[in-house]
Design a protein around this ligand. Structure first.
Ligand SMILES: C[S@@+](CC[C@H](N)C(=O)[O-])C[C@H]1O[C@@H](n2cnc3c(N)ncnc32)[C@H](O)[C@@H]1O
Length: 253
């Protein structure tokens, strides 16, 4: 992937929080106001009611005087390729979409892209940015993660006293079971309630969906007591809203 040398510019990845517009940092708000261009994904994670959250955040922090917005459609992932290869090709295609969108705004030097939660946590924006040639200067402004929103909503510490935390995905929890030696396990990207596959004897769960949003749901308790409730609640909420995002913590009681 190549661009003209004049396209050397700054790409500012602004962590926007996990759904609550008030979670944007002062630093993030300033970067949005001072940007020459906002790069805006039109599909992907922005399902249904999330579609205009980025635009609302931009409009709020700029008090209606938004920098120009350049929208790009997120390409589709090829479902016929093996998972990792499909993701690699998909990231190439997103980088190409950024480049062709940015090529139409050559004079813009500071380009801001709002990233869900924090760019460092289960997000590939930095990997996609690394594909751009010549590589722009990349600046990351951290945001509130779904994990922070979860522990804040339950008012619990992430780790036990001096303890460790393992952050993992639903897919890995289902495939590998309880991570060896783990104390606290934080699970994200779980479309199928992987906690059901664990021996439920002495585990406690703190679960949250739509964290930080008006439709936020929270449940906490011994896993064997509330596992079925969460499964039902999740299915119903998903059917009602057409989408769901949830995150949970597990530890031995
Ligand atoms: C692709 S990852 C992005 C994580 C994001 N970068 C962050 O810092 O939180 C998406 C996963 O984050 C979690 N997530 C993001 N927003 C959430 C929310 N508002 N409520 C619950 N979980 C959320 C879910 O586990 C979802 O599957």
């Amino acid at each position: 992937l190549t661009t003209d040398a004049r396209d050397m510019r700054e790409l500012i990845l602004v962590g926007m929080g996990a759904g609550n517009p008030d979670h944007l940092t002062v630093e993030g708000a300033r970067a949005i106001r001072e940007a020459d261009l906002i790069l805006l994904p039109r599909k992907g994670m922005d399902k249904s009611d999330l579609a205009d959250l980025r635009l609302r955040i931009v409009a709020t922090v700029t008090e209606g005087r938004s920098p120009p917005v350049a929208a790009f459609d997120i390409p589709r992932r090829n479902p016929h390729l093996p998972y990792l290869e499909a993701v690699e090709r998909w990231h190439d295609a997103i980088a190409a979409a950024w480049l062709s969108t940015l090529a139409e705004a050559r004079e813009a030097r500071r380009i801001a892209l709002l990233v869900w939660g924090d760019p460092a946590l289960y997000d590939s924006t930095l990997r996609i940015a690394a594909r751009l040639t010549p590589r722009p200067a990349v600046r990351v402004i951290p945001g509130i993660t779904a994990l922070q929103a979860l522990t804040a909503a339950h008012a619990i510490p992430l780790a036990t006293l001096g303890g460790s935390v393992t952050i993992t995905t639903g897919r890995r929890l289902r495939a590998g079971g309880w991570p060896a030696g783990a104390e606290t396990v934080a699970v994200m990207l779980d479309g199928a309630c992987a906690f059901r596959t664990l021996p439920q004897t002495d585990l406690h769960i703190w679960w949250g969906a739509y964290l930080g949003m008006p439709e936020q749901l929270l449940r906490a308790g011994p896993l064997h007591e509330i596992s079925a409730t969460i499964v039902d609640l999740r299915a119903k909420a998903r059917a009602d809203h057409g989408w769901i995002m949830d995150t949970y913590l597990l530890r031995h009681s």
